[in-house]
Design a binder for this molecule. Structure first.
Ligand code: OTU
Length: 653
């Protein structure tokens, strides 16, 4: 069937191409038209194949319409972005370079407004940042808006932050310093106030079938029988009764997340076309990396969890290939917080292999790191990370310690059983531990979305509070504080060397603790994820160069990790990590090697007491030198690596 699909794609290209040659020359000029058509030839099968699977009816017409959207966007692409395109086409794997370090921030909480951002670039440069993810900034609905994930207009900026013009200036200022702008694309749903939703409600034929609605509970009940709830405590179920729907008769609208976030109906090709236009337009404003929000939910199928359906991959693959036609500098990052088996396909490992997202959040690594700190050993991490399928070589992980969301304990029962634990029991332990309910816990987090029916819950809290820094500061305990700092540094020593783009979450470079001011804002108070979305503290920032302060120590380490990373070819993302089987269960170790480098070995000791591991037993390793380590003196002795409690070492041949 795959060969048959490719034949159909080739035939479709033969039908479409002749007309496009002239059109492209007319709107792009000769040289740019040659490039556009070369991209069309390169990507056409990846455009046509998935659309063939998704929308078999009137396919030629649809493909022609979408390719012409891309051509129009290519013609409108500003000159400086075309220069970026040229550079990225010469170096298409730019995002794998060890110089890549990401920073994730809310514009208002970081620096107020967009026009104040360029003045902060020196600060980011200190941290070695080359990629800036600004949290949702497109115009959201008024009032509650899920931190901007309920978009009312994709083509304007939240007026509290500035204008689209300001955003373009930020993108340009970043580009001038070799930094890339990443912005969220919330494509599973819009706010109910979005013109598409309002047009659909009003019965405007242009928006017919843009959303999913059912007149009674029959279908919603049937679907919900196999769907897990995302926000069980305040948004139970996946449907919301909307009295104005269906011409005033009312109906149950599909709302996976909050009631005001309406899921788009991607079974309708007009929705796909509208989202493509949106991405192309935003790419031309200077956004280089799109964080593809909540992609697992984009396709619904009765009798399934309505996540990770094969059509989701077809949708992203087709969007990806079409965007490449117009804006080749653009990269997609998948936000799919799902099991490792379901996650890897977002990087293109899907059955019919096609490029999909270049980057994806490494949720499994993040969860395993926190699990290891709580249990003070590395067995579960070693088992679970060791059995993950490798990712395609042209893709990379986005590795992270904390982000703006809660932590859901993606501990599979199989992995738990491999180390003799009970999956459900361990997940419960992690919730108790990080919520500070467990007697010896150092953490001060809080439960998020506790589901009283299933006993499930997730964890909110800043890295500093989950690492024990907050608790130690409040108790004024210098020994505990030391351990907390070591935990925070250790976690980043993994994410900066594991493989891929490390994403530093704003505030963690200064060990900022939880922020309780959200409780005063009625639009935020009910969602405790705001506790770990702090406001930048200029006083803490001012202490960053003072090594006698917590801020100075953590900031200094993060700077060193980034700057050491830059020069290590073995940390190029193409070098996949191999998880090591070590003779001490407290140590997580991995090694990697670029085709043109020697081995790199990373080691972290999750226990509070010293550990040592025999590296000579691994085989294949030459003489290792310490590139960077938590403690002096040299940690390599007699073929063994010695790690103090909560210590780390980066070693290289
Ligand atoms: C994302 O998260 C965002 O990161 C959240 O901040 C939003 O609330 C949400 O989408 C809606 O836009 O369920 O608990 O598998 O886990 O997309 C967070 C992906 C979420 C989901 C993820 C979602």
């Amino acid at each position: 069937p795959d060969a048959e699909r490719r034949r159909r794609a080739a035939a479709a290209l033969r039908r479409l191409r002749p007309a496009l040659v002239g059109e492209a020359e007319q709107v792009l000029g000769r040289a740019e038209a040659v490039a556009f058509l070369a991209r069309l030839d390169l990507w056409f099968a990846d455009v046509h194949g998935p659309l063939d699977a998704l929308y078999p009816g009137a396919l030629d017409e649809l493909v022609a319409r979408l390719v012409r959207s891309a051509l129009r966007a290519a013609a409108e692409r500003p000159a400086d972005l075309r220069e970026t395109d040229r550079r990225r086409e010469v170096d298409p794997r730019w995002y794998q370079d060890p110089r890549m370090v990401g920073y994730v921030a809310y514009t208002d909480r970081f620096c107020g407004t967009l026009d104040a951002l360029p003045a902060q670039l020196d600060y980011l440069a200190e941290l070695g940042v080359s990629y800036l993810h600004l949290m949702p900034l497109l115009r959201p609905r008024e009032g509650e808006n899920d931190g901007g994930y309920a978009v009312a207009d994709y083509r304007s900026v939240d007026p509290r932050l500035g204008t689209m013009d300001d955003l373009e200036k930020v993108a340009r200022a970043l580009r001038d310093r070799g930094m890339s702008l990443c912005v969220d694309l919330v494509l599973n749903h819009t706010a109910r106030e979005h013109p598409w939703a309002q047009g659909w409600l009003a019965g405007d034929p242009a928006y017919a079938d843009f959303y999913l609605v059912f007149g009674d509970r029959t279908m919603p009940d049937a679907y919900e029988a196999t769907i897990a709830e995302v926000f069980p405590d305040r948004a139970p179920g996946s449907f919301t009764w909307v009295p104005e729907a269906q011409g005033g008769a009312g109906g149950w609208v599909w709302t996976t997340f909050w009631a005001y976030q309406w899921d788009l109906n991607y079974a309708n090709p007009n929705v796909f076309a509208a989202m493509l236009e949106t991405i192309l337009w935003l790419a031309n404003r200077g956004i280089e990396i799109f964080r593809m929000d909540a992609v697992p939910f984009m396709w619904k199928r009765l009798g399934t969890p309505c996540m990770n359906q094969p059509e989701v991959h077809d949708l992203i693959q087709a969007l990806h290939a079409l965007v490449k036609l117009a804006a080749p500098a653009t990269v997609f990052k998948a936000e799919a917080i799902v099991s490792p088996e379901d996650l890897v396909p977002y990087l293109g490992g899907h059955a019919r292999y096609r490029p999909e997202c270049e980057l994806a959040y490494h949720n499994q690594l993040m969860v395993m790191l926190w699990s290891s700190l709580a249990t003070k050993d590395a067995r579960l991490a070693t088992a679970s990370l060791g059995r993950m399928r490798p990712i395609p070589p042209e893709t990379s992980w986005a590795t992270y310690v904390r982000c703006h969301d809660d932590i859901g304990w993606a501990v599979s029962d199989i992995d738990a059983a491999a180390v003799g634990w009970d999956g459900a029991g361990h997940r419960r332990f992690l919730n108790d531990f990080y919520a500070g309910r467990f007697p010896v816990s150092f953490a001060r987090g809080a439960l998020f979305q506790e589901n009283l029916e299933t006993g499930d819950a997730r964890i909110s809290g800043s890295a500093a509070s989950l690492c024990g820094i907050t608790d130690a500061r409040e108790r004024d305990d210098p020994v505990a504080l030391e351990l907390g700092i070591r935990r925070l540094v250790l976690l980043h020593a993994v994410t900066y060397a594991w493989g891929g783009v490390p994403l530093l979450y704003m505030g963690d470079e200064l060990a900022l603790g939880d922020d309780t001011r959200y409780l005063d804002d009625p639009a935020l108070a009910q969602d405790n994820r705001w506790m770990h979305r702090p406001w930048m503290d200029p006083r803490a920032q001012a202490r960053r160069h003072d090594p006698s302060t917590v801020e100075g120590r953590v900031f200094g380490w993060l700077r060193t990790l980034a700057h050491t990373r830059r020069e290590l070819l073995a940390l190029h993302a193409v070098a996949a990590p191999e998880v090591l089987d070590l003779d001490d269960p407290h140590v997580l170790g991995w090694r990697r090697r670029h085709p043109r480098s020697g081995w790199f070995v990373g080691l972290v000791n999750m226990a509070e007491h010293p550990a040592s591991v025999d590296l000579s037993a691994l085989g294949g390793l030459g003489e290792l030198e310490t590139v960077l380590a938590s403690d002096e003196p040299r940690q390599m002795r007699d073929g063994r690596a010695h790690l103090p409690g909560l210590g780390f070492a980066w070693l290289a041949e």
